[in-house]
Design a protein around this ligand. Structure first.
Ligand SMILES: Nc1ncnc2c1ncn2[C@@H]1O[C@H](COP(=O)(O)OP(=O)(O)OP(=O)(O)O)[C@@H](O)[C@H]1O
Length: 338
């Protein structure tokens, strides 16, 4: 049985459709990186896993199963039990996720219960300084506060940790250390990770599998090595071309041309079609269904037909980016052969 199964999930906020039929599975102990541009629906999906959506959000269709339990159907007591026993959450802003009025040790003790060893759990996230348990959250650096939040989320050895860009607000050195802590604790405890991020190469380096979101749907998922190594979806290729690792020294990063969609209802066709250099007429009108390409599940009418590549030579020289930051559609992505 999958640890997490998201099926055709549709979530609406007033005037905005955040998820437009998202599908995702995660197996026990597996790490899955969920990547996409801002607004693609990552946080909404991550919050939906624990039914932690804002009160203005409405589930219009679909379901979320955690360890086989239908999260949106559960009565309040069962939902609380599921969250406590099976799920852990870490968010981007650690200070906001800790109680500013309580010392760190006291907060951790609340999670651990009587007899819990605060020092042990802080040492596991490499916070050995004896002053830490007596500190208030605002007295800690961002990296230290995030380690405390991780210690709290991992204290019960959850089956699934949802990490919503936990390193985005940290500087690069600390980012690596905090990521190391999460992945090594999760490996020790056999915890599955759903890691939400903008950073495709970083996710591909750390996670077993990658899922790429666009316009509220997962447009490609598969083993990390394959998704980046054997490009199958034009959006994944565009995202890979816009990533820091793809840019040579002194060359400006190429943004994905055009703007991501803001949906107010179901997308009529492929949401990426207006930005896709390979779009055909049917892409505008027919919603793609998942097809298997090698080891990936891909939502693209032309999946399997395109062979895509991204090369450093395609990056845009300084000054070639237009005023709006949008590059004309000559594409960082190119087709090797049709
Ligand atoms: N509380 C809310 N009320 C109304 N609309 C919202 C709310 N939260 C998110 N949205 C909208 O839903 C869509 C998906 O947003 P979401 O935050 O899930 O995407 P994201 O990929 O996590 O973006 P980011 O990386 O910027 O956090 C966006 O269009 C966003 O503006």
């Amino acid at each position: 049985m999958s640890l997490l199964s998201v099926r055709n999930l549709v979530i609406d906020y007033p005037r905005t459709r955040a998820l437009d039929g998202a599908d995702l599975t995660l197996q026990p102990g597996e790490s899955l990186g969920l990547v996409g541009e801002s607004g693609s629906g990552k946080s909404t999906l991550g919050s939906a896993v624990g039914r932690l959506l804002p009160t203005t959000a409405r589930r219009t269709d679909g379901e979320v199963l955690v360890a086989g339990e239908p999260v949106f159907e559960l009565p309040a007591a069962r939902l609380r039990h599921l969250r406590r026993k099976h799920l852990g959450f870490v968010f981007q802003d650690p200070i906001a996720s800790l109680d500013p009025t309580m010392r760190v040790g006291a907060q951790l003790r609340l999670v651990l219960g009587r007899g819990g060893d605060v020092g042990f759990h802080l040492a596991r996230v490499r916070l050995d300084d004896p002053r830490v348990p007596r500190a208030y959250p605002h007295q800690l650096s961002g990296g230290m506060a995030q380690r405390v939040a991780i210690a709290m989320a991992m204290a019960t050895s959850p089956e699934l940790l949802v990490a919503d860009e936990p390193t985005a607000a940290l500087d690069s050195q600390v980012r690596e250390e905090v990521s190391n802590v999460v992945f090594s604790l999760a490996a020790e405890a056999g915890t599955g990770i759903l890691w939400l991020s903008h950073d495709l190469p970083a996710v591909a380096r750390r996670c077993d599998r990658v899922a790429v979101m666009y316009g509220g749907r997962v447009v490609e998922s598969g083993p990390a090595r394959e998704v980046l190594g054997d490009l199958a979806h034009p959006y994944t290729a565009a995202l890979a071309g816009s990533a820091p690792a793809a840019a040579a020294h002194g060359v400006r990063l190429r943004p994905v041309p055009g703007r991501p969609p803001v949906l107010d209802g179901p997308s009529a066709g492929c949401a990426f079609a207006p930005r896709c250099p390979f779009a055909e007429e049917r892409c505008e009108h027919e919603r793609p269904v998942p097809v298997r390409v090698r080891e990936q599940d891909v939502l693209c009418h032309r999946a399997g037909e395109l062979e895509l590549r991204v090369s450093q030579g395609d990056a845009v020289p300084e000054g070639a980016v237009s005023e709006g930051g949008v590059v004309p559609q000559d594409g960082a992505v190119s087709e090797v052969k049709a």
